[in-house]
Write a protein that binds this ligand. Sequence first.
Ligand code: GCU
Length: 690
Amino acid sequence: FPVVDPSVHAAWLPDAALAPLGSRRVAVVVPDGGAPDVVAQTVRDEVAAATAAHGGAVVDPQQAGTADVVLAVRASTGAPAGAPAGSAAADPEAFTLTRALGMVTVTATTSHGLLHGLFHLVRLGEHAFTDPDGTWTHAPTTALRMLDHWDNVAVHPVMGQVERGYSGGSIFYDDGQVRADLTRVAQYSRLLAASGINRVAINNVNVGPRESLLLTDDLDEVARIAAAFRPYGIRTHLSVSWASPVRLGGLTTSDPLDEDVRAWWRAAADRVWATIPDFGGFVVKADSEGQPGPFAYGRSHADGANMLAAAVAPHGGLVHWRAFVYDHTQDWRDRKTDRARAAYDHFAPHDGEFADNVIVQIKHGPLDFQVREAVSPAIAALPRTRLAAEFQVTTEYLGHQKHAVYLGRMWSELLRFPYWGEGSATMADVAAGRHPESDGTGGDGTRAGGFAAVSNVGDDVFWTGHPFAQANLYAWGRLTWDPTLDPIGILDEWVSLTFPGADPRVRETVHAVLDESWETYERYTAPLGVCFMVKPHTHYGPDPDGYEYSPWGTYHFADRDGVGVDRTRATGTGFTGQYPAPWRDVYESLETVPDELLLFFHHVPYGHVLRSGKTVIQHVYDTHFEGLERVHAAVEAWQAAADAFPPDVAERVTERFAEQVRSATDWRDVVNTYFFRKSGIPDAAGRTIY
Ligand code: GCU
């Protein structure tokens, strides 16, 4: 213990990352609370393993005064008495670090807080012991920091085992069942806890027939997974099929107002919590992309969610009800239907109707995890509903973990988006339960819905396919704990932990390759907020018209004269009207819309001049040439320092770069050629366009 499979990459917890702590004399002081405390045991085990490996010692709690480091659970952490609910000191996951007179003390009121404090020390490394004296309290921004796995138990004929997964098979399932050996799940839970994640949904939101059984026949197996997560303070959730009463219970209906249906769900929930007492709750994708839902019975999303909420409420369970509801069978000839409007149109009218234990989970953008899209207006539109902001760590639209793309900066920008204007509440504030127009009950964060994101992990030896994609998972965890953290600082932390004591060129190269990789990817793919220029279904590689005449929505309307989607109130779909002021007007007007979202909100001629002074068409050409040049520059930086990285990492990254160059070249040429042929306008710089 800790459970570690040495054949799998250690990610941000290699043995050496524990050396600064492990070389000290450490006491763990946790009062016996009567019941066994597996998380406290984890802290003791981590300390025992680290000190044994690195020459330190475990100090008896009685002798704690003689230790270099004391990790203690105390009724009070010394923070001012009567700390208000929602304040850092009152948070059960909070911890306080004090450095004074040569001793480092970490105190928390719970073992969960203590575990976070332990990993904080690991993150600080030697600095934990050498920085100036002081006292710091750290608490998460929200208690709901979730990762969603889109893993199937059985391998899906089209999607494979992990839907939108680019890192091999599932770490949970093999051959149509839960893996007998869950070592990797235990190791994963340790990595997640060290990043800040505390809840995991373990199966795909598209719940197939085999996966439905996790809720019933396979509960003991789910309990084994929950047991692998529990020592690190992580709670397990399941995605469930809305049609379960029919599929599993033999009922003839899933109508949420039907008494038999309600009784079926109550009994199902009772069995789940009887088997897994700290189970988290259910995630539901209903009436979305062909999944069954309450619409079939003439019921609303609130009716559906509240029925499930009633079944799980006696157990303290949650329902994460996804707002990814739109018409995926639309006709491209119909210019009025705008997929971007869908979440708001479906959910805003039901604000205030959802039960207290329902969390409506809304994607950060109105479409679908594009490299650049506007923020979702729905997130601002339900002040009386608990909302989770949903993100995607797996890079479905951002290069499938074949391209080196760091998402920390993109997420940070989104989480900091001030929905009511500069200085106002942000996306992160709303998710943390601090909506400025809420009825006041959420001001203290108790009505938070938190954060959820789709994991990028599979059974790949590096966990994430591209070794640098580990940084995305790490950054997601850190940003859920504190959305105000500097994403480049997080990347720096990731380097220090993952490559401890490495040649300084390692850090420089990671920054050179990743710091601006989001913009690089944006440059060589879809321009100015145009979305979905990807190949249909796989969502990898360029296909400008791939979705243009499809039932899934239309995204750019390019013709010989111009490009973009008119989403204005004046002449378009009216989508801009879903935003609060000032954004409804900022986006409405060509004078004020930010360049990078121009084509998301407006249809303009190719000669339209951007605020940068360039025409739209020249911007398309320039960014596509420049995007590929930036990839070449990243490759050069990489090649100059590849020998400073561990050989297995170097080999994998080198292989991924070859594909990124090929694919980015394809993107440049296809997109430039597409717009050249549409517009007939040559590149002012006379570069080759095919
Ligand atoms: C995207 C993705 C699907 C996924 C869906 C969802 O559309 O391509 O694979 O099921 O999002 O979030 O439910």
